[in-house]
Write a protein that binds this ligand. Structure first.
Ligand SMILES: O=C(O)C(=O)[C@H](O)CO
Ligand SMILES: [Mg+2]
Length: 260
């Protein structure tokens, strides 16, 4: 049975951020993820987790100036010092919250440019080694170009090659089924082939990025496939509810009952 993590950036947005932890726990989730915790101190976030009996599944390293359109620093050749500081900051939060996985956003840059590729490889090595020292996995996530035009890591094959090249056991794939389906299709076969690299899974309906309960993909089959493949990590619910978050949790009911 998959271990679902509510994504508190997209779900439960009816509540202020710090109150989403209690809302997710009340709805039956045992774990949470979100994009960024940095508007709140690490201890404040840790208290919300503890108070609500929640595990922190994942969050992202600081991405540069998000409001100005930046989407990560790792592939930006002139931003390495800032990137290093971002890794250190994320590790502070991971330490406080007990989080074992961090997603490194690549940034908007051309992966065909050797200078950009070199910068990204250097970032993977630096972050991979720094996180390994703390027993934390570094996650690389391909993101489709419709949602994030110009994003460096927009191909699962490229991610696979970069992970193989890094040769660090804690550098792993963040397999977002929503992005995979848009980029390549053939989701089940990709899951079967890439499972040895997968460190985190995320889900949302395709193409609407709503509840995982229909549209292009057969969700009960895919959740069962994760079990058949022996996936023991979290499944992040990175979707925008169609209406109120609680009203859209019908898909979760069978899994919530089993999780209790
Ligand atoms: O967009 C996604 O799918 C993600 O998981 C990133 O963390 C944020 O854009
Ligand atoms: Mg994702």
């Amino acid at each position: 049975m998959p271990a679902f993590a509510a994504n508190l950036t997209m779900m439960f947005t009816e509540w202020p951020f710090l109150d989403r932890f209690a809302a997710a726990a009340d709805a039956g989730f045992r774990a949470v993820e979100y994009l960024f915790p940095y508007e709140h101190g690490p201890d404040t976030v840790a208290q919300r987790l503890e108070r609500n009996g929640l595990t922190q599944a994942l969050f992202n390293m600081p991405p540069g100036d998000w409001a100005a359109g930046e989407r990560g620093l790792a592939a930006l050749p002139d931003r390495f010092d800032e990137f290093r500081a971002a890794v250190a900051r994320a590790l502070d939060y991971a330490g406080a919250t007990g989080c074992r996985r961090l997603h490194m956003m690549a940034g908007l840059a051309n992966s065909a440019d050797p200078v950009v590729l070199g910068a990204y490889r250097r970032a993977v090595r630096h972050a991979g080694e720094a996180l390994a020292d703390c027993g934390i996995d570094l996650l690389l996530e391909p993101i489709n170009g419709r949602d994030m035009p110009g994003y460096f890591l927009n191909d699962f094959g490229l991610a696979e090659r970069l992970i193989a090249e890094a040769g660090l056991p804690n550098v792993r794939l963040q397999f977002d089924l929503y992005h995979l389906q848009i980029l390549h299709g053939d989701v089940t076969m990709a899951l079967r082939r890439l499972m040895p690299l997968v460190g985190h899974v995320q889900v949302a309906s395709v193409p609407s990025r709503n509840e995982p309960d229909g549209e292009e993909l057969n969700w009960p089959f895919l959740f069962a496939e994760l079990d058949r493949l022996g996936y023991g990590g979290f499944v992040g619910c990175e979707y925008r509810p169609r209406a109120a978050t609680l009203d859209g949790l019908g898909w979760f009911a069978p899994y919530r009952a089993a999780a209790r």
